[in-house]
Design a protein around this ligand. Structure first.
Ligand code: PHB
Length: 389
């Protein structure tokens, strides 16, 4: 038998030998997205953005080869959970990313905690998500951010009576609460707060109620991929000719589908973190490269969130010098700041949530296409739901 001291020395040697070998090991990102089903547009935009980021920044970070393992959850939470489990246990991914809807991000939170693997949230936008695991970092948005800014704008622009219309789940409740509370606190009146089912939405009866209430404006939140269904029924019900103003979060006038929604959208005012028309050099280069790589497809806010998710992961791995320990990566992301196509952004070191500009925008025709043209900037907006009271 080996004397105890020799065993220790041998173990030490092994550890020394193992270290450089470990550094060469590939770094795997498990990307879980709805690639099929009603939210496949989300998957398509993020997949394209992730590919673009890697084409531009290479696939080696701090000496480690980076690879992405893409899985389709079709927007079903049980599937996201099962895929996350498999990605961690079988594929040995060191980061989980994606999460196209709130319930999907929530379903994976316990796995992130248990496996000590960072969960980089690229879409899901209900405020409470980041509190579900200390391993969650969000690069997307939080609905209370645009909601309060839209309410302030409405109050300042002569709107006194509103009806809110939101999708009946987490981010819809956040949008409804933060818009309506702010609007009422400023002296406005909320005539009705309507919630429309998320799956296969039929907006017709809700739009009829909006019409019957005759408010100055309706405030709308639906997630990316649903705005075009809303717009179609909005026109069919004649709401575009009713004189009721249409204000929204940026999710509704999504750059991916805005052109297809037609001229009825002209003049719609929304609050959001990203427009394809954002006039910065970084964004112009991003939009040009994204379109060139994707047959002319226009990037929307979700593509930017995916791109920024990769930026956060790459920079974290750079900062840890290739150490993929989950806690170290999350620590590296806290307080991280960079210039995104959306403008300056950073990760709040306290909440691990996104801080970014929120822009007021109006749908206009520019060079023959519909765009959300920014007209006012609110810099460095934190999640108001997490702001110290
Ligand atoms: C969400 O499910 O949290 C979500 C998805 C898409 C959006 C906004 C929120 O555009």
């Amino acid at each position: 038998m080996m004397p105890f001291r020799r065993v220790l020395v041998a173990a030490g040697l092994l550890a020394c030998l193992a270290a450089p070998v470990r550094a060469q090991e590939p770094f795997r990102i498990g990307l879980i997205l709805p690639m099929t089903g009603p939210f496949q547009g989300t998957g398509r935009q993020i997949e394209a953005a992730v590919k673009l980021y890697m084409a531009q920044h290479g696939d080696v970070v701090a000496g480690r080869k980076v690879s992405v393992v893409l899985r389709d959850d079709a927007g079903v939470a049980d599937t996201s959970r099962r895929l996350a489990q498999e990605l961690v246990v079988r594929d040995h991914v060191q980061v989980l990313a994606g999460f196209g809807l709130t319930p999907l991000a929530m379903a994976v939170a316990p796995i992130a905690t248990q496996a000590k693997v960072p969960e980089v949230v690229m879409v899901a936008a209900t405020s409470v998500i980041t509190e579900k695991s200390p391993f969650i970092v969000r690069v997307a948005q939080v609905l209370p951010q645009p909601a309060v800014i839209a309410a302030d704008w409405a109050l300042k622009n002569g709107i006194r009576k509103v009806v809110s219309v939101v999708s009946d789940y987490g981010p819809g409740y956040d949008a409804e609460k933060w818009f309506n509370d702010r609007f009422k606190a400023g002296g406005g009146q909320v005539l009705a707060a309507l919630r429309v089912p998320l799956a296969n939405p039929d907006f017709a009866p809700f739009l009829q109620r909006v019409k019957d209430s005759n408010p100055d404006a309706m405030f709308v939140f639906v997630p990316a991929g649903v705005g075009n269904i809303f717009a179609k029924q909005f026109v069919e019900r004649g709401l575009d000719k009713s004189g009721i103003r249409f204000i929204a979060t940026g999710d509704v006038t999504d750059d991916d589908t805005l052109n297809g929604m037609g001229d009825a959208m002209l003049g719609v005012v929304s609050a959001g973190p990203y427009s394809a028309a954002h006039p910065s050099a970084v964004n112009k280069a991003f939009v040009t490269a994204f379109k060139a790589a994707n047959g002319g497809m226009r990037p929307n806010f979700i593509a930017v969130f995916g791109y920024d998710g990769m930026a956060a992961i790459y920079q974290a791995l750079e900062k840890t010098k290739g150490n993929s320990d989950g806690a170290a990566l999350v620590e590296a992301m806290k307080g991280m700041a960079w210039e995104s196509p959306r403008g300056p952004m950073r990760i709040d070191p306290q909440t691990r949530d996104v801080i970014h500009n929120i822009y007021m925008r109006k749908v206009e025709r520019v060079d023959g296409e519909l765009y959300n043209v920014e007209f006012e900037t609110f810099p460095d907006v934190k999640d108001p739901a997490k702001a110290p009271k």
